[in-house]
Design a protein around this ligand. Structure first.
Ligand SMILES: *[C@@H]1O[C@H](CO)[C@@H](O)[C@H](O)[C@H]1NC(C)=O
Ligand SMILES: *[C@@H]1O[C@H](CO)[C@@H](O)[C@H](O)[C@H]1NC(C)=O
Ligand SMILES: *[C@@H]1O[C@H](CO)[C@@H](O)[C@H](O)[C@H]1NC(C)=O
Ligand SMILES: *[C@@H]1O[C@H](CO)[C@@H](O)[C@H](O)[C@H]1NC(C)=O
Ligand SMILES: *[C@@H]1O[C@H](CO)[C@@H](O)[C@H](O)[C@H]1NC(C)=O
Ligand SMILES: *[C@@H]1O[C@H](CO)[C@@H](O)[C@H](O)[C@H]1NC(C)=O
Ligand SMILES: [Ca+2]
Ligand SMILES: [Ca+2]
Length: 584
């Protein structure tokens, strides 16, 4: 089995978290997701039965396949997933269909011997999803369970107690995925994602206070001790494990010398933020080999949150984004056609709410956020209300005319997807963004999903404590306000008063405390008693070396030239000059 490793989460606040922990959500397996598949696609299970559904009402099952039907003959369906990478948490997400004349028999979902869910229905419960024409119904359930798990194998079982064979009743499964949250790459086993949560160490490493150290000269990478980091990785600041750089040659053809960013991506990759991605997010449209990053359209814009961009994010990424979800139907994520959604068909719907709160946001004047949302099935002038800091700022609505293709859910209604983004003036330290669904029918009639979520904050310029898009109103301590900006020190021709830089009088080159108190002069002016004069007073000469009035150096001489001139003293108040000096 090949693990598809990927960094699902790219964002500033969480990027810090991820690069600190170096642990990530890894998709272990994804099965029975195709609309059609055969027994040959069933790998590692103790059964191979595949059913072609007869009904045509639901896109996923309409003449599509499911793994099943399993009944009396197969009381124990199971697969053992082996060689899981070191991890501390595991999640299983699967759609379970109770088929036809199930009459209170039970289907249990069992992980490593523990039953986490039991499904049960009456033969008339549900709707016609897969079964052939009959007076009975099918019921679809969405299993999602997240457990603490460290073992390198998982035994996934579906046990049942049917008394008829699979032409009459039973269950089938679709859209199965297994994910783990991996350990820090320096551990062999762990209790959590951090570097100091190791429970055992890889080859010859030593464990101390939860952290593993490789033998001298060794460095940890991918749960092993190596002599050096492989290409595309470099030692972390403590020289104990390898971190991915932005210089992986398969993705980046030109990176900066310390690997902190890529300036030219390899073919098939597009520059986004500091690295290279295979596909630009929809809010950052591709242009040439770069994604047009909206955070860069303003001088101090940056992501506060960015996620749900991949096609296999799971519960771990949703949790890491800090999204609080309520009233989702059984699970929190699903698929619509080829994309992964938070919510999804039959899962996000009536009463669902998505809430995200942020605290301690640095001074800013604007917040921009957005996502893609999927209209699934019978929306009739419905969608969701968008709240910012408890104020409703928008209502997103679509109706059935907006449906374009049948992407997922029910075949009776066409579906569609849209980009939503909003820019709001905002400056408080905390921010709450909330989406409240406005549907009036249940999850099976109308549902929604979102993906590609971002929140960009337009921060005040450095040193500025309060601003709008044009100017700074107040600077932090240690900073002075200069025009529209905050600076450490005022410009040469400014003086600081009450932390504001003011222009000096135009005659001064620099000044202090007041505009008129010059401390140096521009050329053509000469400093005398903190004024910049055009002409120096008696007994001083225009010193153009430093633009100051310098004292005549020879005797009492009201009008002199700079010392060194052949006749320095030019006028002795009417008295006769003797040897370039004025008589005493
Ligand atoms: C399980 O849930 C916890 C808490 O929400 C989360 O931190 C973790 O990432 C989840 N694990 C998986 C594999 O989804
Ligand atoms: C199952 O996966 C298919 C293909 O990705 C998708 O169209 C369908 O909507 C999924 N079902 C659910 C309930 O997510
Ligand atoms: C939004 O939805 C939540 C959960 O359904 C509900 O408790 C809350 O009252 C709703 N908020 C508004 C403003 O409608
Ligand atoms: C769901 O749609 C069906 C078919 O249009 C309709 O009969 C039923 O009343 C709807 N359910 C709800 C809860 O509105
Ligand atoms: C000083 O400069 C002013 C203006 O250029 C000039 O009028 C004056 O004569 C100069 N004085 C001396 C002593 O050179
Ligand atoms: C020298 O000083 C006298 C009196 O102060 C003045 O009348 C005269 O014009 C001055 N001469 C020159 C060349 O500046
Ligand atoms: Ca549909
Ligand atoms: Ca409706």
């Amino acid at each position: 089995m090949k693990y598809s490793l990927q960094l699902n989460i790219l964002f500033s606040s969480l990027f810090a978290l991820i690069s600190f922990t170096q642990a990530e959500e890894v998709l272990i397996a994804e099965e029975f997701k195709a609309y059609q598949f055969s027994s040959n696609d069933v790998v590692g299970w103790n059964q191979k039965t595949v059913k072609l559904c007869e009904q045509t009402s639901f896109q996923d099952f309409s003449k599509g396949n499911m793994f099943g039907v399993f009944a009396k003959e197969t009381p124990n369906l199971q697969k053992i997933y082996q060689n899981l990478p070191p991890h501390w948490s595991l999640s299983v997400r699967v759609d379970v269909l109770l088929y036809k004349s199930v009459d209170n028999e039970k289907v249990n979902v069992v992980l490593d011997g523990t039953t986490y869910k039991t499904y049960q229905k009456d033969k008339y419960d549900g709707v016609k999803i897969c079964l052939g024409s009959t007076s009975y119904n099918d019921q679809l359930y969405f299993f999602q369970k997240n457990i603490t798990h460290t073992n390198s194998q998982l035994n996934l079982q579906f046990t049942s107690n049917f008394d008829q064979d699979n032409s009459d009743e039973g269950f089938g499964i679709k859209n199965l995925s297994v994910r783990v949250d991996t350990c820090h790459p320096s551990c062999a086993t762990c209790s959590g994602p951090s570097q100091n949560q190791c429970q055992s160490c890889p080859n010859k490493g030593t464990l101390q206070n939860g952290a593993c150290t490789c033998p001298s000269m060794g460095i940890a990478h991918n749960y092993q001790c190596l002599n050096q980091c492989p290409q595309g990785f470099q030692p972390d600041s403590t020289n104990s494990f390898c971190v991915e750089t932005f210089c992986n040659p398969s993705k980046c053809s030109k990176c900066d010398s310390n690997g902190q960013s890529c300036s030219q991506c390899a073919n098939g990759y597009y520059q986004f933020r500091k690295g290279c991605v295979q596909q630009c997010p929809s809010f950052a449209p591709q242009q040439g080999q770069t994604c047009q990053d909206p955070s860069k359209s303003t001088p101090n814009g940056d992501y506060l949150l960015i996620g749900l961009n991949s096609n296999n994010f799971g519960e771990s990424e949703i949790a890491a984004l800090g999204l609080q979800l309520s009233n989702f139907n059984q699970a929190t994520f699903g698929n619509c056609g080829s994309v992964q959604l938070l919510g999804g068909p039959f899962i996000g719907g009536k009463g669902s709410q998505i809430l995200k709160t942020f605290q301690n946001i640095k001074p800013h004047f604007q917040v921009r956020f957005g996502f893609q949302y999927y209209q699934i099935d019978s929306w009739d002038s419905e969608g969701f209300k968008v709240y910012v800091d408890t104020n409703q700022i928008d209502e997103i609505k679509q109706d059935q005319a907006g449906g374009k293709d049948n992407l997922c859910g029910s075949n009776s209604w066409k579906d569609n997807f849209y980009s939503y983004s909003k820019s709001i003036q905002h400056n408080s330290q905390s921010l709450e963004i909330k989406l409240n669904a406005t549907f009036d029918e249940d999850y099976f009639n109308e549902s929604f999903g979102i993906r590609e979520l971002f929140v960009i904050v337009d921060y005040c310029p450095p040193g500025c404590a309060s601003c709008d898009s044009n100017q700074c109103f107040k600077c932090f301590d240690g900073y002075q306000k200069s025009g529209t900006k905050c600076v450490n020190t005022c410009a040469d021709d400014e003086f600081s008063l009450n932390k504001v830089c003011n222009k000096c009088d135009s005659t001064c080159k620099s000044c202090k405390d007041t505009a008129q108190f010059c401390t140096s002069c521009n050329s053509g002016r000469y400093l005398y008693q903190n004024q910049c004069l055009e002409k120096c007073p008696d007994n001083y000469f225009n010193n153009s070396l430093n633009n100051m009035c310098s004292q005549c150096s020879i005797g009492d001489c009201p009008l002199c030239l700079p010392p060194g001139y052949s006749s320095s003293c030019k006028n002795c108040s009417g008295l006769k000059i003797i040897s370039n000096k004025c008589p005493k």
